[in-house]
Design a binder for this molecule. Structure first.
Ligand code: FES
Length: 106
């Protein structure tokens, strides 16, 4: 799979977001659960703005860095996983996930 910046990618059950170095400053990789916690929607079908991924179904938002919900109707965070690129291969450590906290304002 060829990975392109600033768009989500579906990698098995995990959603991978790549931040462009020129736009976001760090070119970081973020891996989260691939399904929205509000409903049956793949986040890879959504849109990414900076660290925020917006679900395509009801426009709920998550911070991909910590999985926290950022806009209703989502109120349950995503699991996040350490991810890195090394020698052209993206590694996602699904054994060390963390749960995003519920901080959404309604
Ligand atoms: Fe994602 Fe509703 S399914 S916001």
């Amino acid at each position: 799979m060829r990975l392109a910046g600033r768009r989500p990618h579906r990698v098995g059950v995990v959603h991978l977001t790549i931040r462009d170095e020129d736009r976001a400053g760090d070119g970081a990789l973020y891996a989260t659960d691939g399904m929205c916690t509000h409903g049956n929607a793949h986040l890879a079908d959504g849109m990414v703005k900076g660290r925020i991924v917006e679900c395509a179904k009801h426009n709920g938002r998550f911070d991909v860095a910590d999985g926290s919900p950022q806009r209703a109707p989502v109120c349950v965070g995503l699991m996040t996983y350490p991810a890195r690129a090394r020698d052209g291969v993206v590694e996602i450590d699904v054994g060390h996930g963390a749960s995003g906290s519920c901080t959404v304002q309604t």
